[in-house]
Design a protein around this ligand. Structure first.
Ligand code: MLT
Ligand code: MN
Length: 310
């Protein structure tokens, strides 16, 4: 099974178009060690020929152009794509908007939870994906789903599970209290298994906390790509970017006693990679003390084009 990180940044990307924060500036002015990153997506293939997108970011067109595996075969038919399925983990703008890049009548399967499918179904712009060619399939929670698309068995099985999180920003309903109307299925994690070999990895780009059930689920696993939005819960306030904490946004931070580095430390996970990294996060700088700290704790900071073979 081959996995490629298409985009390792969170919503807005790195640098973000309107952001004058110190981290965005450093990427914009090409400071060494501050590698730009596009928005949040991975791609995975069991056979190296047929590919599944895990989330479809607003930068998908650029990501496809930079990833030869996702190009039409040079001597193939006039209309063709190796992308056979897309799986969504929530309704974030940074995870769904790339779907509109996949128009042009190409068949593939679209998998998402009932909650996220309801959002897609309620917005007619997504009908640009011809319903006769793009099947929308509800992902059952806590049950294995064998992926297929465009008539091809993709050799991958997905298990979707609910994780602590928050409904997408544009769906927040303040009248519904502290959780803004968040329901089961708004934020899911994925266990992706290569059907033939049983090899598997976890992909959880949005996660508010590593609670007991999540810790037990991922314990002892081979590989995880986890929400790396912020290093410290209040870094966006401290940097003067916006008055929101990670907790308010539904994202666990890397550092601190309840952070992801501490939470995963005892779980014996072989390889740990941060993705969905916000443009305020100092670990985006290869040479920062925060970067050194997470690396010392056994983590890698994801980057566009990162390849992992399992
Ligand atoms: C998030 O990850 O919290 C969202 O992508 C935020 C946003 O939509 O700007
Ligand atoms: Mn996001």
């Amino acid at each position: 099974m081959l996995i490629k990180v298409l985009g390792a940044a969170a919503g807005g990307g790195y640098p973000q178009w309107n952001c004058n924060g110190r981290m965005s500036k450093r990427a914009r002015f090409k400071e060494p060690g501050c590698l730009p990153r596009t928005q949040s997506s991975l791609t995975v293939s069991a056979n190296g020929k047929d590919w599944v997108l895990l989330n479809a970011s607003p930068d998908l067109r650029q990501q496809i152009n930079e990833t030869p595996e996702l190009w039409p075969e040079a001597d193939g038919p006039m209309r063709q794509s190796p992308i056979k399925a897309v799986v969504l983990t929530n309704g974030d703008v940074d995870h769904i908007i790339g779907l509109v890049n996949l128009r042009e009548g190409q068949p593939f399967s679209l998998y998402a939870s009932d909650r996220v499918l309801a959002t897609i179904n309620s917005n007619s712009v997504f009908n640009i994906l011809n319903p006769e060619k793009v099947e929308r399939i509800e992902l059952a929670i806590d049950e294995p789903t064998a992926l297929s698309g465009a008539g091809v068995d993709l050799g991958l099985t997905i298990e979707a599970f609910d994780v602590p999180g928050k409904v997408a920003l544009y769906l927040e309903d303040a009248s519904k209290g502290d959780n803004f109307g968040t329901e089961k299925g708004d934020t899911i994690g994925l266990k992706v298994t290569e059907t033939a070999t049983g090899k598997s990895f976890f992909y959880i780009p949005g996660c508010a906390a590593v609670d007991g059930p999540l810790a037990e689920r991922i314990r002892g696993s081979e590989l995880i790509f986890l929400d790396g939005t912020l290093y410290t819960d209040d870094e966006m306030l401290v940097q003067g970017l916006m008055p929101k904490t990670g907790a308010r946004m539904g994202h666990i931070s890397m550092s601190g006693p309840d952070g992801s580095v501490a939470a995963l430390e005892p779980l014996d996970i072989k390889r740990k990679v941060f993705v969905h990294i916000n443009n305020s996060n100092p670990t985006l700088d290869d040479n920062s003390p925060e970067r050194k700290a997470v690396e010392k704790a056994g983590w890698e900071v994801g980057f566009d084009g990162m390849e992992v073979r399992l």
